[in-house]
Design a protein around this ligand. Structure first.
Ligand SMILES: C[S@@+](CC[C@H](N)C(=O)[O-])C[C@H]1O[C@@H](n2cnc3c(N)ncnc32)[C@H](O)[C@@H]1O
Length: 169
């Protein structure tokens, strides 16, 4: 049975245009209002949200490292993990060409599995912006925001996943 969750939407808002895929201002505001305590930001790009920001190449990150390698070696616990991975999109070769790594994290099954396991052990809340609305064992959907992008752009979903139990791993 699907548990009830809150749902809202964010109307189209212009991006800053400074970095491809940068959080639109209304998404940035929602995230900043919610998060607190110890914050990890994966695939952080140009964003300054989070005390630890992991991005393969962007200078605003605190560590320029592949998320795959980071989660394999990091053992800290977080109140929040924020993430905005590159999605599988039409013309991915063109759209991802501005990033230091050109593969879509959402289609990398091994990475997805490793991230799930890391989250189950190390975070209490996840804010996940993607073109899917994932759930992870041990977490429930607290809220979803439909991020409307306007025109013919892909609709995105900001998912708030909250821990409800620590699964036996
Ligand atoms: C959609 S952008 C995130 C943009 C961010 N929300 C912002 O406000 O600027 C995805 C980011 O993930 C980074 N990236 C892609 N694959 C990665 C990986 N495997 N490990 C670390 N960073 C990665 C890219 O360099 C890019 O900056």
């Amino acid at each position: 049975m699907v548990r009830k969750f809150e749902m809202d939407y964010l109307p189209p808002s212009a991006t800053t245009g400074e970095y491809p895929g940068a959080f639109p201002p209304n998404v940035d505001i929602v995230i900043r209002r919610l998060v607190g305590g110890r914050i990890l930001h994966l695939f952080s790009g140009s964003s300054l949200i989070g005390e630890e920001r992991i991005d393969i190449e962007h200078r605003n990150a605190t560590k320029n490292v592949n998320v795959k390698d980071f989660i394999a070696s990091d053992n800290r616990n977080w109140d929040w993990t924020v993430m905005d991975p590159p999605y599988q999109i039409v013309s991915a070769d063109i759209k991802l060409s501005d990033y230091g790594i050109k593969t879509a994290a959402s289609s990398d099954v091994a990475l997805r599995r490793a991230m799930k396991r890391y989250f189950q052990e190390h975070t209490e809340n996840i804010l996940w912006l993607d073109i899917c609305a994932p759930v992870i064992k041990g977490f429930y959907r607290k809220k979803l925001w439909l991020v409307l992008t306007g025109g013919f752009h892909t609709v995105r979903v900001l998912s708030w996943l909250k821990r409800e139990m620590r699964p036996l791993l």
